[in-house]
Design a protein around this ligand. Structure first.
Ligand SMILES: [Zn+2]
Length: 258
């Protein structure tokens, strides 16, 4: 009886010792978890504070630069906040070219707005010759950019070829007399070519009115051929429109950095 009790109590002691050990470990583990949680909260807080501070700073400088209070979040990569006029081709009663129920004017405006977003994010001051479905004369578009004394003028269009539906790809045009225009056109074509989904057809010179009448470096980008069924599908696709905007913005940034 005594022997049994002693054995029991020994067993009991051991059980208690183990329980104490477990409790100590549990305390240590929970303390560790709490410490990790606190640390991550602290780091997150610091990050949020820093982000809020940077946003405020950028929004302020953007507001000072353009008077419209920017909302971009990324650090700018375009030094000196270049002034860029974007020109969405056609509009209003002038649909441009049309294919399968899609008007060129709408695709032009969509990509122009996405490009505006990209360039504003990058730190440029961006103005549009039209931001809705209205008709603007070609001379007015050029005059607007001249009045603003823009650094760059980028006109956005889509192509159509009557007799050959197999032709596809982006084309970048500049004025024959403009060396800078040719460099910008090539830079945009190169940036587009670097994107796997985008086909580039050609880079050439053309005597377009908006290129002729603008006093700054100017290019006209034909995003693709609406007469090519596959490319028309791409041009209507939102992710492709974003990719085009990204590529053109990248080409502009590279040109400005060189
Ligand atoms: Zn057009």
């Amino acid at each position: 009886m005594t022997e049994r009790r002693r054995r029991l109590s020994r067993r009991e002691r051991r059980r208690r010792r183990i329980r104490r050990k477990i409790q100590t470990w549990a305390t240590r583990v929970s303390l560790f978890v709490v410490a990790v949680l606190l640390l991550s909260l602290l780091l997150r807080g610091a990050k949020l504070v820093r982000a809020a501070f940077q946003d405020g700073e950028e929004a302020t400088s953007e507001a000072l630069a353009t008077g419209n209070g920017g909302d971009y979040v990324d650090a700018g990569y375009l030094d000196g906040a270049p002034l860029i006029v974007l020109d969405a081709g056609h509009g209003g009663s002038d649909p441009g070219t049309s294919a399968d129920g899609t008007d060129e004017k709408d695709l032009n405006l969509k990509v122009t707005e996405l490009l505006e977003e990209e360039l504003t994010k990058a730190g440029a001051r961006v103005y549009l010759t039209r931001s809705d479905d209205t008709e603007v004369e070609l001379s007015e578009r050029a005059a607007y950019a001249n009045e603003l004394e823009a650094d760059l003028f980028v006109s956005i269009h889509c192509n159509y070829l009557e007799n050959d539906a197999s032709i596809q790809g982006m084309e970048c045009y500049s004025l024959a007399s403009s060396e800078e225009g040719a460099l910008l056109a090539q830079s945009i074509a190169d940036a587009a070519e670097a994107r796997e989904r985008i086909t580039v057809h050609d880079t050439r010179t053309e005597n377009y009115k908006v290129l002729r009448e603008t006093k700054m470096t100017a290019v006209l980008v034909e995003l693709g051929y609406m007469s090519n069924a596959a490319e028309l599908e791409l041009l209507r696709d939102e992710s492709y429109q974003s990719l085009l905007a990204e590529a053109i913005a990248g080409g502009i940034a590279t040109y400005l950095a060189d």
